[in-house]
Design a protein around this ligand. Sequence first.
Ligand SMILES: [Zn+2]
Length: 251
Amino acid sequence: MLVDSHCHIHDVQFFPEDREGVYLRAVQAGVTMLCVGTNEGDSREAVRFVQNRDDAWAVVGVHPHDTKDGWQDIGRLLSEKPSKIVGIGEIGLDYFYNHSPRTAQLQALEEQLQWASDYKLPVSFHVREAYEDFWPVLDNFPDIRGVLHSFTDTQVTLDRALERGLYIGVNGISTFTKDAAQQMMFRQIPLEKMLLETDAPFLTPKPFRGKVNEPAFVKHVAEFHAYERNLSLQEVAKATTANARELFAGL
Ligand SMILES: [Zn+2]
C-alpha cells in the first residue's frame, strides 16, 4: 500500500474526463490519496470529491498563486466541519512566479497557519524561492506540523526543514532531474521523514514522461527511491505510508 500525499485529481479543469477512472486505477494499485485544494472553490470541490470515496481524503487551502483572489472561505469551510478534511494546503509562498502580491501571500499564509493551529491540522506547504520569508512566519507557529510538498531546494534548506521536524514530499521530479546537486539532496532525505506524492496531473515520473500524471504512478516514485537506497519497494512503501499516517491522522 502507498500514499499519494499530494494530488489534484478532484479538479475538473485538470481532469475534465474520467476522474472516476483515475481514482479507481489508484485504488486498484493500492494507493490512498490526498486531494489538495489550490483556491476557495477548488478546496470545496476536493471535499465533495472525497466524500464517498474510501481511499481519498481532502486537504483545503489557498495556494500562494491564488491568494490575490482571497482565502476567507477556507475559514468558513473549516467551521462547517465537513468530514474527511485531514490537513490545510497547499499554502505557502512563491516568489518565483509572484502570481499574487507578496503582501497577500504572507497574509494568507499567516491566517491559514492560524486555522491549522486552531483546528490542529497538519499542513502541506508550497514554498518556492521564498524560504527567507517563510521560516520566520513558520517559527511563529511552533505547534505546526507539516510537509514541504514537491521539495527541490538545497541541502541547507533540507537541513532547516528537518530541524523543524517537517516531512519532505518527493515526486516525479526526483526520478527525472538531471541536476546533480538535487540528485544528491534527494538521497540525503531520511526515509523516516519522506512522503511520496505525484502532484498529478503534473510532474509525471519516469517512465511515463509525456503522459498525464495520476496517483497510481506514485509507485514509480517509490521504486526510484527504493533503487537509489538499495531497499525493496515494500520497505519504502511501508516507511512512507507510516510517515503519511503519522502526519495526517485518520488516513
Ligand atoms: Zn500541488
